[in-house]
Design a protein around this ligand. Structure first.
Ligand code: FES
Ligand code: FES
Length: 544
């Protein structure tokens, strides 16, 4: 038995070689502590404070902290918790909210331990975390406001960091804007920041069986999560030394631009999860966000229902991070050659058993009617046609690149403008040091904080797509990169400065961040000289 104090309460828990994460979440019941990648120790979602110092709990054996004081967001001083929650809400620093409680704890500890905290210290502290939604800038802004230091350039506080009084924002407009951008229902309030985002695995009934899917999709079922873990086949997360492959060749031709991309992981932080009662309706894995389309067709709900019926008990169905990587949908690789007049050939990879790419092809035809699309079957992880800006972003990038090549305006500082099929418009410039300026037109902003947050996130995702992201897949089509750090997501320090200017008008609100995503990818590609393969590598001066 292990004795701990958790959020001020003395508890005695079973050792069973359990991690601190499993003890706190499963035995003590603190659901604000999230499991994004355990036992990889790479996402930071499971961060707790041990005697006031941040610790990644999924790689901390519980017995090592015997007798110590554990603090989660549920046990923070209420005034401190309220201050951080308000800062995050005011800055739009939390979208799905899955990464947020761990980040809040890390930053709160930073505030306690360092007399002087500047932006660099904040970004360094965030190095232990990943966030897929926000692009870091709004998180750094929230931290700067609480810590009383200068925030990122371009930060426009809705109100001063005397955080506490909520700015004049309409929650319905916040949700409406999030739903346009997500696209999924989303709440961004103090409760979400502190860990009550309503994620499927947080709402499961106590005593439910736990079914954990390994990398190959086999479920190990146990009376609780540690038991399921013990039975689960160990295909531990790993970062492969295998290089990235570009499975499609650019067709022969006299092209103004050529481009080949590889598989890209959506990399949402909350692994697919659901629970179900026998004969019941499964909890939605979409929870508080749509993972930018990544979970739209997740089978985990059906799997929870099947397992619940099979065992005649409530069952929590959880995918390990390795399972998400192997079976979750990827952005399909492309290879294209495009002439200056916008005609050309765009090849897109599909994989055996993957979803029909027809919606992807249709979006390309709408955006770039001069491109002939060839769908080519290759071995690889499943691809999907419903990920962010599906198909049309690739088409818009290629057209913008061909235009710039023809005009001789290739290089840093070239503005690229893109209009999405939804009618959102963005003009983006990427400078030599990687910093980004974006102007956005998306009808009535509804809630500028939310729209800007999504635009920052879109810039971050687009820069990752062009510069650093990809999955290594072997010749048999099996994904070899199985850790969440191996996908090339830009860290807080690697993410350059961003400035987003919103042009709100009185027209009907439309999605704006997807236009920002496509325009940023195009502008980064143009700024880097239209390299023929992605990822291209980061400009040297982006780290800070
Ligand atoms: S769950 Fe522990 S670091 Fe990801
Ligand atoms: S808010 Fe950070 S991962 Fe969604």
């Amino acid at each position: 038995m292990i004795e701990l104090t958790v959020d001020g309460r003395a508890v005695v828990v079973h050792d069973e070689d359990a991690s601190l994460l499993d003890v706190v979440r499963e035995q003590v019941g603190c659901r604000s502590v999230k499991d994004g990648c355990s036992p990889q120790g790479q996402c930071g979602c499971c961060t707790v404070l041990v005697d006031g110092a941040p610790r990644v709990s999924c790689v901390t054996p519980a017995r090592r902290v015997h007798g110590r004081a554990i603090t989660t967001t549920e046990g923070l001083d209420p005034a401190v918790a309220a201050r951080w929650a308000a800062a995050f809400v005011d800055a739009g620093a939390s979208q799905c909210g899955f990464c947020t409680p761990g980040i809040v704890l890390r930053l709160a500890a930073l505030a306690d331990r360092r007399a002087v905290v500047d932006e660099a210290a904040i970004r360094t502290a965030l190095g232990a975390h990943l966030c897929r939604c926000t692009g870091w800038q709004s998180i750094v802004a929230a931290a700067a406001r609480v810590l009383g230091t200068a925030g990122p350039a371009g930060d426009e506080p809705v109100q001063d960091a005397a955080v506490g009084a909520a700015p004049d924002r309409d929650p319905l407009f916040v949700q409406w804007r999030a739903q346009l951008e997500g696209p999924a229902f989303q709440v961004s309030d103090a409760a979400v920041v502190l860990g009550a985002g309503g994620f499927a695995d947080d709402t499961a009934p106590v005593g439910a069986l736990v079914a954990l899917a390994d990398a190959d999709g086999a479920y190990a079922v146990g009376g609780d999560l540690p038991a399921a873990r013990r039975q689960s086949a160990k295909v531990q997360g790993r970062r492969s030394t295998l290089g990235l492959r570009h499975p499609l060749a650019v067709p022969d031709g006299d092209w103004a631009v050529r481009l080949a991309t590889t598989w890209v992981e959506p990399a949402y932080l909350e692994p697919d999860a659901s629970w179900c009662l026998p004969g019941g309706r499964a909890a939605s894995p979409l929870a508080n966000g749509g993972a930018f389309g990544g979970k739209r067709a997740s089978p985990v709900g059906d799997e929870a229902r099947r397992l619940a019926d099979e065992h005649d008990r409530a069952v929590r169905a959880l995918w390990s991070r390795e399972r998400v990587v192997r079976a979750g949908p990827k952005r399909p690789p492309v290879a294209a050659g495009v002439r200056a007049d916008g005609t050309g050939v765009l090849r897109v990879a599909t994989t055996p058993g993957a979803a029909d790419l027809q919606p992807w092809v249709a979006r390309v035809a709408e955006t770039a009617p001069g491109l002939e699309v060839e769908v080519v079957t290759v071995d690889g992880p499943p691809v999907a046609p419903w990920l962010r800006a599906t198909g049309w972003a690739e088409a818009a990038v290629l057209l913008a690149g061909a235009r710039c090549a023809a005009a001789g305006t290739v290089g840093p500082g070239t503005p690229v403008e893109v209009t999405s099929p939804a009618g959102g418009r963005a003009r983006v410039v990427v400078a030599a040091d990687g910093s980004v300026e974006a102007a956005v037109w998306a009808g009535e902003a509804l809630d500028p904080v939310t729209l800007r947050s999504y635009c920052f996130g879109a810039i971050h995702q687009a820069l990752g797509w062009v510069w650093s992201e990809g999955l290594s897949v072997d010749d048999a089509g099996v994904v070899q990169d199985l850790t969440i750090r191996s996908f090339g997501i830009l860290t807080a320090r690697e993410t350059p400065e961003m400035d987003v200017v919103l042009h709100s008008d009185d027209t009907w609100p439309v999605n704006g961040s997807d236009a920002v995503f496509a325009a940023t990818a195009a502008a980064a590609w143009v700024a880097g000289g239209l390299a023929p393969t992605w990822p291209t590598g980061r400009p040297e001066r982006t780290a800070r």
